[in-house]
Write a protein that binds this ligand. Structure first.
Ligand SMILES: [Zn+2]
Length: 173
């Protein structure tokens, strides 16, 4: 049977089933006006959202329009650096390029006065103590490392305030 599939010279040679090769992509990202304000704010240690003039919801990062009302969100709101974990996951699987030691926690943090949670890391607490409703604060890189990227916030950490009931918070209504 193998005579039909392989030339005689390849008999007994193991077939190549996969090849690993390094690959990367370089690309440019054009953030638009609303996201640009958000990103440049991060370089100034500010978290900027935008409020919808119709429903009053505050979006962060802002996309420039309210997805519910379809109107521009031009009022800028500077948000506090504190929030509440609305949900989270514990990452246990290692992957190429990861910068964190596993297990670590990735969470949705609903910043105070905002209506959309932001995804970020949670550190400075054992992973098995992270919980929904936990109060957290942003930990920033040093001032000379600030850049227009969400990486200007290193992670969030517990700020010691009592937990909140996540089911009654804004953003879940
Ligand atoms: Zn709206």
């Amino acid at each position: 049977m193998s005579d039909l599939l392989l030339p005689p010279s390849l008999e007994g040679v193991e077939m190549v089933r996969s090849v690993r090769t390094p690959a990367h992509l370089d690309y440019s990202y054009t953030p638009g006006r609303a996201m640009s304000r958000f990103l440049t704010g991060l370089a100034e240690k500010k978290i900027r959202g935008q409020r919808c003039p119709s429903c009053g919801k505050v979006y962060v990062p802002p996309r420039g329009a309210c997805p519910t009302d379809g109107v521009p969100t031009e009022e800028e709101v500077e948000l506090p650096h504190t929030g509440t974990i609305t949900t989270f996951c514990i990452v246990n699987v290692s992957f190429y390029g990861q910068g964190m030691e596993i297990p670590y926690v990735s969470a949705l943090v609903l910043l105070d006065d905002s209506d959309i949670p932001l995804m970020h890391l949670v550190q400075e607490v054992p992973y098995d103590q992270v919980r929904t409703g936990m109060r957290v604060e942003a930990v920033w890189v040093s001032d000379d490392e600030l850049k227009p990227t969400l990486e200007s916030i290193k992670w969030f950490r517990p700020n010691g305030e009592p937990d909140r009931d996540a089911s009654t918070m804004r953003g879940n209504a």
